[in-house]
Write a protein that binds this ligand. Structure first.
Ligand code: AMP
Length: 489
């Protein structure tokens, strides 16, 4: 199928051609005709499938009738509202809106928290037809009466599952109450839980479900591999992978903000350009880090799950899980950063013995066994013991001493090499389920809406994570400052 068969306006087809898109992705082919018909739509598609264009293009087409070059703000009311869970996703969606609307006199802007509100107010005063927003900051503007939502005709909830996870639903409901009843609503989500369906029932009219990827599936163009390695040697292995394979752009996932900072610093010490992106950095720092990575100035971007949501980096070839996520679905989200729009991508996980259970959960979700590889010098390390009872003995650390790497190198004639390894041996006796560990939470996203709340303060974690492996896990916040009282619910 070609884009021109979809009946989109010539100005849009031109912008698409300039982007070099040859044919619509499956979600685009399915969603665009329905949105053009004015239907409400629930799109089951994760980031990387081309979902942004699947709603942006038909909305722009439908708004073309209103496009005008008048200087009067009154001629540019907000007609399309696109809500996203994170600032990064908001910016990326807005970039897409600007790209596809470049030949149409339609105005757009983006508003999100954590930055000065004044420039946003100036943009809104001038009048915009398309507004991309994160829920909290949108409500700030509503409170300050710096925008009107009475003429909204199109609503998009992007990454609705993330909004739900982050506790945005009360904010979303407040926003919905401010919108005209007659409107077209679109909801996109990687997963469709009962809660998402309930939310959709509340605000959509006979929505049509459009699905392109199996629930919790990962893109087929991504290859998955894992290396067994003790925690203490993960950084060494990571550096080896980056240098030996001359990886130019790698997104590395860790679980905590402190872990992200520490790893980025250590990599720099190893001579690898690296930076960290996480929610404890200011918006300016995050934007700068992302830009340096996109521009190829920084080879490795170390990110936490929260900070990486919605990151869209063209042709990102490789994602490395330095630590496995506690929640298996986060593996799918992490991996969604590579192998986009049909390009090939690689997902590598560094798995230490204590992470065996997390690995098993991920494989269960994927319904697949991840291929195990061995890097010379690391063979025989980091494998779970036959009985695999690390929790009981807690002796995994005892296996972290360096083994004889020369033997492995010798097998390959001294050269460092990678060799595929047969699937793991038996997985050992079944173990009782362990309660899910607490997810790293970003207070900025989970705090309830409060008009004009001091975002910077909310971004700081109230309980710092212990930076030293093996150090006491007790909270130490009280040593530095009195406890921060959270906003009232
Ligand atoms: P998204 O899923 O919206 O985050 O899009 C993922 C990536 O695919 C973005 O970098 C888009 O620029 C790109 N993309 C979107 N539609 C197409 C298409 N039809 N052909 C090629 N690339 C596309």
């Amino acid at each position: 199928m070609e884009f021109k068969e979809l009946g989109l306006a010539e100005e849009l087809l031109r912008a698409i051609a300039e982007e070099g898109y040859v044919e619509p992705t499956p979600i685009q082919a399915k969603a665009i005709p329905l949105v053009l018909l004015g239907k409400d739509l629930m799109g089951a598609a994760q980031t990387g499938t081309g979902k942004t264009a699947s709603f942006t293009l038909p909305l722009l087409h439908r708004m073309k009738a209103h496009a005008n070059t008048s200087a009067s703000p009154a001629r540019h009311p907000i007609r399309a509202l696109i809500l996203t869970p994170t600032r990064e996703l908001a910016v990326q969606v807005w970039e897409s809106v600007r790209t596809y609307s470049r030949h149409l006199p339609l105005r757009s802007t983006v508003v999100y928290g954590g930055v000065d509100i004044q420039p946003q107010i100036q943009d809104l005063r001038a009048g915009v037809e398309i507004l991309v927003a994160t829920p909290g900051r949108l409500l700030d503007h509503v409170q300050q009466k710096t925008l009107q939502l009475g003429q909204v005709e199109f609503l998009v909830l992007d990454e609705a599952d993330r909004m739900l996870d982050m506790g945005f639903i009360p904010d979303i409901k407040r926003i919905l109450a401010l919108l005209p009843v007659r409107r077209q609503s679109l909801l996109f989500s990687a997963t469709f839980s009962e809660d998402i369906r309930k939310l959709a029932d509340d605000f959509m009219r006979e929505p049509i479900m459009v699905e392109v990827a199996r629930r919790n599936s990962v893109t087929e163009t991504v290859t998955h591999a894992l290396y067994r390695v003790p925690d203490l040697r993960k950084r060494e292995l990571l550096a080896r992978l980056v240098l030996d394979r001359d990886l130019k752009q790698v997104l590395v996932f860790v679980r905590t903000r402190l872990g992200a900072n520490r790893l980025a610093h250590q990599l720099v010490r190893d001579g690898i350009d690296a930076t960290a992106i996480h929610s404890n950095r200011t918006q300016a720092e995050r934007t700068e880090a992302l830009q340096a990575f996109k521009d190829g100035k920084v080879r490795v971007l170390v990110a936490t799950d929260v900070a990486a949501r919605g990151l869209d980096i063209d042709s990102l070839p490789c994602v490395i899980n330095f630590e496995l996520p506690h929640v298996p679905e986060d593996y799918v989200h992490r991996i969604g950063r590579t192998g986009r729009a049909g390009q090939s991508g690689e997902a590598i996980s560094l798995v230490s013995p204590p992470e065996q259970e997390l690995l098993e959960r991920i494989e269960k979700l994927l319904k697949a066994t991840i291929e195990e590889r061995v890097l010379a010098g690391f063979d025989g390390e980091g494998r779970p013991s036959a009985a695999r009872a690390p929790r009981e003995g807690g002796r995994e650390g005892g296996r972290e001493g360096r083994r004889d790497g020369g033997r492995e190198g010798g097998r390959e004639g001294g050269a460092r090499s990678e060799s595929p390894r047969p699937p793991r041996e038996g997985t050992g006796p079944a173990r009782p389920p362990r309660p899910a560990p607490r997810r790293e939470e970003d207070p900025f996203f989970s705090k309830p809406y409060e008009a004009g709340a001091a975002v910077d303060k909310a971004e700081r974690p109230s309980v710092p994570v212990s930076p030293v492996r093996g150090a006491s896990a007790r909270p130490v916040a009280a040593l530095f400052r009195p406890p921060v009282t959270g906003p009232k619910r």
